[in-house]
Write a protein that binds this ligand. Structure first.
Ligand SMILES: [Zn+2]
Length: 295
């Protein structure tokens, strides 16, 4: 792998708002909700919850937001973050192509980007992660990477051998840190989507070892949090997790509202009540992560 040149922006990256937020969380022993938002309601719900609880928070958009709305959703998120009375940052989650990353980095809307090249073989994953991290760093944006795919099998069912193969090892974690990334999303039994009949079985010892391996300047990110409770979150935070991705826990409230009313709610009614329901969900997350009052 090519030598990574010392960059004059290193100093600026330490000032990066998202980096500062997670450093404080690591020092304070609490988590930051990284809330996946798909619409304006999700953005408003997250910001309002953070303000109500005096908590920091992150707004997570998927590359879908770019294909669906060009820069409109990202601009709205960045504007909501900027106007908020508490620290809010904007993150692009699971960006899986150089094109999506270049486009997002050039908008000026994002504080952080997940460079997810985990669909490539490992060498290519590492090479692209390094290259794209440099591109983001040059623009003052910090990056997150995922060594293996934190994937869910059908209904979350995976046999033990499959699961072991995608788990993050400390060696692998080091290799990714060497690309220059700022945050790492380890696989230690967590999967996206439903956990299925196997249930939630996390390897906290692996998390601890990975945390040791990445060193004190790299933050760990938790993906696949569906069905996690207060106790699980606390154990993960103890193991070094600072950014906690939240998706269904909030967005399902909106869907439930819509489904529960047989589509009879008027549009503005659905939007306003949906925002309120999602705000409640984010406030519950803030309680579980212990970040209330940490703004
Ligand atoms: Zn994820």
């Amino acid at each position: 792998m090519a030598e990574r040149p010392e960059k004059k922006q290193e100093m600026d990256l330490r000032q990066n708002k998202a980096n500062v937020m997670l450093k404080k969380a690591a020092e304070g022993g609490y988590g930051i909700p990284g809330v996946c938002v798909y619409n304006l309601e999700g953005i408003l719900a997250t910001v309002r919850a953070a303000e109500a609880k005096s908590s920091p928070a992150m707004l997570l958009l998927f590359p879908w937001a770019q294909t669906y709305s060009s820069t409109v959703l990202a601009t709205a998120a960045a504007e909501a973050a900027r106007k908020s009375s508490v620290p809010i940052t904007v993150h692009l989650d699971h960006a899986q192509s150089p094109k999506a990353i270049h486009e997002a980095a050039d908008t000026g809307c994002y504080d952080s980007i997940m460079v997810d090249m985990s669909h490539h073989d490992k060498d290519e994953n590492l090479r692209l992660t390094q290259e794209l991290t440099m591109y983001c760093h040059d623009r003052g944006i910090v990056t997150e990477a995922e060594p293996g795919r934190i994937t869910g099998g059908e209904d979350g069912v995976m046999d033990t051998a499959d699961l072991e193969a995608v788990m993050t090892s400390p060696e692998e974690a080091r290799e990714f840190v060497d690309t220059g990334i700022d945050w790492l999303a380890p696989a230690f039994g967590n999967v996206h989507g439903n956990y299925g009949p196997r249930g939630i079985q996390l390897e906290y010892e692996r998390l601890n070892v990975v945390n040791e391996a990445v060193g004190k300047d790299v933050r760990l990110v938790l993906h696949g949090t569906d069905g996690f409770d207060d106790t699980i979150f606390k154990k993960c935070i103890k193991g070094g997790i600072t950014k906690v991705n939240i998706n269904k826990f909030m967005n399902k409230r909106y869907m439930d509202l819509q489904n529960g009313n047989d589509g009879k709610l008027g549009l503005t009614q659905l939007m306003e009540e949906g925002t309120k329901r999602m705000q409640e969900a984010v406030e519950e997350c803030i309680e579980m992560l212990g970040c209330g009052g940490k703004a």
